[in-house]
Ligand binder design. Structure first.
Ligand SMILES: [Zn+2]
Length: 180
């Protein structure tokens, strides 16, 4: 394995495989056709946003920017590029629920500082949370209890889903499929 020629060949072969696999890699598979529209109300800031961020499979950068701002860490105002697959997941959830009401945001992006503070105060907060990667959101859906949203979110098999019945919200993320 120390032979430099062999290493170069291996790298070249890997490069070819990676190129060939590109269209079906998760990043590309997450990009969807059609229209994606979302509405939110933020429970902490009171902000509201209704936006179409995907049209005919093309993502609108201005709309994504507005969503990134809406889903920022409300405690610190830190903004991150939210995972578009999470937005697409929420659109699917909205369709499956059959609601046009805005999702109520409990928590979306969490800066490392916010997450560490929350994790220290509660053992229900993961130290390496997907919230810190812009890949998770905690939401309430008006007119639905957390336990009714939970099985529908699970049925999407799009990532992690957790129900927090005491506070009536559901966590969804675009990490590996798992439930709690
Ligand atoms: Zn969460």
């Amino acid at each position: 394995m120390a032979d430099p020629v062999r290493r170069t060949l291996l790298r070249a072969a890997f490069g070819t495989v990676a190129m060939a696999a590109l269209p079906t890699s998760p990043v590309f598979a997450a990009q969807k056709a059609g229209t994606g529209a979302l509405s939110f109300v933020h429970l902490h800031t009171g902000e509201k946003l209704s936006v179409t961020y995907r049209r005919d499979g093309a993502y609108d950068q201005g709309a994504l920017k507005a969503l990134n701002h809406m889903l920022r860490d409300w405690r610190t105002d830190d903004v991150i590029q939210m995972d578009v697959a999470l937005l697409d997941l929420l659109v699917d959830l909205r369709h499956k629920l059959g609601t046009k009401k805005p999702f109520e945001i409990v928590s979306a992006y969490r800066s490392p500082l916010t997450n560490a503070t929350l994790a220290a105060a509660s053992n229900g907060v993961a130290k390496k949370s997907y919230h810190m990667k812009g890949m998770a959101i905690d939401i309430r859906v008006p007119g639905y209890k957390a336990e009714s949203v939970y099985p529908i979110a699970r049925s999407l098999k799009a990532g992690g889903v957790g129900a927090y019945k005491a506070h009536n919200f559901v966590h969804v993320d675009t990490g590996p499929v798992r439930t709690w």
